[in-house]
Design a protein around this ligand. Structure first.
Ligand SMILES: Nc1ncnc2c1ncn2[C@@H]1O[C@H](COP(=O)(O)OP(=O)(O)OP(=O)(O)O)[C@@H](O)[C@H]1O
Length: 271
């Protein structure tokens, strides 16, 4: 079915749908790689592909063949370069279709009738962050939302303790053997400490933010958990959610963002 004619080109409704879907796909891929080194590779590859289409349309056969080879080898190279982004893309699809992540379905399937999912108390966490910031002690706290954090918990020491301010302060005390790495909190308990989180390679992060903040951002790229970073250098509070790092927050802002984020249903990761 013809939608309109563009010079000698007949554009049908299906072509319009096709073009819109490709544009959406390219936009989503760009969103996934935005800010990382891979985004430059992606733009470079896209430009080479456009050049290929152009030389092909102009009938420059030798150049077309060379670019064809380049693109087919490049596709393989892209899979290697974009490993992390492809993983994120698949996670994103998994997240938006994962019925097991639905809070009420999980409760319905996994829990005994009548038993409610434990709510994570935020007050002791916020109080601990306030003290860690004031004392320039530094801290990294992951609060689970829906995604399974088992893999990250295994990188550290399993704890399973009630959430309390003194315990969090003890963990992050410089004399504690558990102070390095992140604490993971889930299902209303401190579940693990000294955990290693994935580090973000976002090259738009200010150089003043080091690996603690990169780890918070990396964790929010990989999962839907909320991660608080308390800077040892400045005492400032930051929060990473859905691939975004909010820095220099007041305690009230931190609390409001956490409450809002943990209560709202998981949406598509904005990366
Ligand atoms: N991948 C990681 N996973 C878990 N914890 C990490 C990771 N990377 C760094 N950390 C923690 O962050 C601490 C500080 O790292 P770094 O000084 O590079 O961070 P920063 O962002 O500059 O934070 P600060 O402002 O506190 O110095 C490390 O000692 C370690 O405990």
């Amino acid at each position: 079915m013809l939608a309109f004619r563009l010079g000698f080109l007949d554009v049908g409704w299906l072509d319009l749908l096709d073009i819109s879907l490709v544009a959406l796909l390219i936009y989503q891929i760009y969103n996934l790689v935005r800010g990382s080194v891979a985004s430059r590779v992606f733009i470079g590859y896209l430009l080479v592909y456009l050049a290929y289409l152009l030389v092909k349309a102009l009938g420059l056969n030798l150049l077309t063949t060379i670019l064809e080879y380049f693109i087919s080898v490049g596709a393989l190279a892209l899979i290697i370069i974009f490993q992390q982004e492809i993983r994120r893309f698949l996670l994103l699809i998994g997240k938006s279709t994962n019925v097991a992540n639905s809070r009420w379905i999980r409760r319905w399937l996994l829990r005994q009738p009548g038993s409610a999912e434990p709510i994570t108390p935020l007050r002791p966490i916020l109080d601990a962050c306030k003290t860690l910031g004031a004392e320039f002690a530094g801290g990294l706290i992951v609060i689970r939302k829906n995604d399974d954090l088992e893999k990250f918990m295994h990188s550290g020491e399993s704890i399973d303790a009630e959430i309390s301010k003194p315990l969090l302060l003890a963990i992050f005390s410089q004399y504690s053997p558990l102070h390095d790495g992140a604490v993971i909190i889930g299902d209303g308990r401190i579940q693990a400490a000294r955990c290693i989180l994935p580090v973000s390679d976002d090259d738009e992060l200010p150089p003043s933010l080091g690996f603690r903040h990169r780890a918070a951002l990396g964790m929010s790229d990989a999962t839907d958990a909320a991660t608080i970073a308390v800077s040892e250098e400045t005492g400032r509070l930051s929060l990473a959610l859905n691939g975004e790092l909010f820095t220099n927050l007041t305690l009230t802002e931190l609390e409001e963002s956490l409450v809002k984020y943990l209560q709202e249903p998981t949406k598509k990761a904005i990366v």
